[in-house]
Design a protein around this ligand. Structure first.
Ligand SMILES: *Cc1c(COP(=O)(O)O)cnc(C)c1O
Length: 455
């Protein structure tokens, strides 16, 4: 939730909408005194929400904007369920556990001993998952340091400057130095840089499977090998957490040869956003640990569960069960083959857009949609107009395509990013490319007019 500042406009009132709702005036920033008719209240809010962007033309977000009606029906029928009430809703708890086990298998976690469950849980998204995984790293590092009688007051976390903001949040909230490595020779963290940034106070390295800036995968296996070497020469044993917010639901289906998950011994935990390429509406993420050893037991709390107690690790207490149920639906409904087809199609569409953009001339691609179905491109200098102008121009056709500078190390490069998700089609891709071409023409024309006017 954004933290809205309190602009209290005491007497500002909302006049009735075009479809006069008979609400008269409703104050916007304070609780109305009277009671409203439910239909009128709904229409009043619907009218406002119409001003939000059109999800299908939103190429900015990674988050799912379309689900099947059957999934929506399941969500509706579990809306009132609180996932923490494991006693009251044991079947929802069971479904969460199945999802964790399915993901553990998909990500090659070692079999838990004695038929136990895999170690992990659902969260509200990858951000909460990052907090939990980061805490586990910090706790483990501190325990090791204290046991050895060493100072444990200056932890750091090594990551590329391209990490998602949740990692900077983790570092600030949990008092860990965010050791952000500037980009050098790549659009993300490289193995050599990661190992060079580690020292005895490093609680872990975050490797991102699918950078939010350009969709590229960080080389997890190479980072692991570099850390193996570091351990051999210095004795420092630095664990890896993989932030697979997007890639956790792409790589297992499309890049089956890629080594990035628990198949690598050094990978101790992984997070993913169920609500991104997991194909569920916003509100669900996952975090898994390699084994029970990697999740310190003093971070785990017990909740009552059918007369017994059930371990939980979460920042929230009450939270909807509906998204977890919806995740289980997508896993059961699509299966491996369904996910593979959906993600493959998104990747093909991203590739089509990348080739179209490249063929237009004035752009250079940073990524072409062959890792995450995401492409980033910059203007080939000098275009006379910027990616910000183009983003603005595309807005007039309804397309939402963000433009921004790359992180430290490449901060003088400004890019546009296109995220292809389930529900986007080859037809829409064609329309999008046509609108990019028109926007470029308009911008170039305007440029010429401006030049002509000067002379
Ligand atoms: C989106 C994203 C996050 C944050 O995930 P939420 O599910 O939105 O909280 C973290 N890391 C990466 C790489 C992401 O793409």
């Amino acid at each position: 939730m954004s933290l809205h500042s309190h602009h209290i406009r005491r007497h500002e009132a909302m006049s009735g909408s075009a479809f006069d709702t008979a609400l008269g005036t409703i104050p916007r920033h304070e609780l109305p005194e009277g009671i409203q008719d439910p239909d009128a209240a709904m229409r009043f809010i619907q009218d406002e929400l119409m001003l939000d962007g059109n999800a299908r033309q939103n190429l900015a977000t990674f988050v799912t904007t379309w689900m099947e009606p059957q999934a929506v029906a399941l969500i509706r029928s579990s809306l009132e369920k609180n996932i923490i009430d494991k006693d009251e809703y044991p079947q929802s708890a069971e479904i969460e556990r199945r999802c964790v086990n399915i993901l553990a298998n998909l990500w090659h976690a070692p079999e838990p001993t004695g038929g136990a469950d895999a170690v992990g849980c659902s969260t509200t998204g990858s951000s909460e998952a990052a907090m939990l995984a980061g805490m586990a790293l910090k706790w483990r590092w501190r325990a090791r340091r204290e046991a050895a009688g060493l100072d444990a007051t200056r932890p750091n976390l090594v990551m590329g400057a391209n990490v998602q903001v949740c990692w900077e949040k983790f570092a600030r909230y949990w008092d860990v130095e965010a050791r952000l490595v500037p980009l050098e020779g790549a659009t993300h963290l490289t193995a050599g840089q990661a190992a060079a940034a580690c020292d005895e106070n490093t609680i872990g390295v975050v490797a991102v499977l699918g950078s939010t800036f350009d969709g590229s995968y960080e080389p997890v296996a190479q980072i692991a090998a570099a850390l193996d070497k570091l351990e051999a020469s210095t004795g420092l044993d630095v664990p890896i957490h993989v932030d697979a917010a997007s890639g956790g639901f792409i790589a297992p289906f499309l890049d089956t040869e890629l080594l990035w998950d628990f198949a690598l011994e050094r990978v101790k935990s992984i997070n993913a956003s169920g609500h991104k390429y997991g194909l569920v509406y916003p509100g669900v993420g996952w975090v898994l640990w390699r084994s029970a050893e990697d999740l310190p037991s003093d971070l785990i709390f017990s909740v009552d569960y059918l007369g017994g107690s059930m371990p939980t690790f979460a920042l929230n207490f009450s939270r909807p069960a509906a998204q977890v149920v919806a995740q289980y639906y997508t896993l059961v409904r699509y299966g491996f083959e369904g996910y593979r087809r959906i993600q493959e199609r998104s990747r093909q569409i991203a590739g089509t857009i990348a080739r179209g953009v490249e063929a237009m001339g004035p752009f250079t691609l940073l990524s072409r949609g062959d890792e995450l179905p995401v492409l980033a491109f910059k203007c080939t200098t000098p275009a006379g107009w910027s990616v910000y102008d183009l983003s603005h121009e595309l807005r007039t056709f309804g397309w939402i395509v963000p433009a921004y500078p790359m992180p430290e190390g490449m901060a003088d490069t400004d890019v546009l990013r296109v995220v292809v998700r389930n529900g986007f089609t080859f037809d829409l891709a064609g329309m999008f490319l046509a609108d990019v071409a028109k926007s470029v023409d308009r911008l170039s024309g305007r440029q010429n007019e401006a030049v002509a006017f000067h002379h």
